[in-house]
Design a protein around this ligand. Sequence first.
Ligand SMILES: [Zn+2]
Length: 117
Amino acid sequence: MRKSASRPRTTGSNMKFKNDSFKKNRGGYSRWLFLSCEKCKEPLFIYQKDGPGILKRLYIDRISSEIACEDLNCKKCGILLGVPIVYKKEGRPAIRLFPGSVEKKIIQESQMKNILP
Ligand SMILES: [Zn+2]
């Protein structure tokens, strides 16, 4: 098997919700959110949102693409969308989003392959 080092291969067909204690601690249910840059509408990635509440931070392990835990910039317009943090309660790397920096849309699993590049 050859490893492809380029794009992360996260197509809709093989994406499944992660079920772990983080999810359980948030009520045990999840949704998929399609995130894009609020300013220029550039698609960013798909995110597994666990539990209720607004999206304040993105946990790295819930992001569909492999991203580094560093400043999150829009690839297209370059705007800074969030900064890396560690969510202390769980010792979990995350990106703290700036309010209003990303656009969120709830999507179904069947829609994913049409969205991701
Ligand atoms: Zn942008």
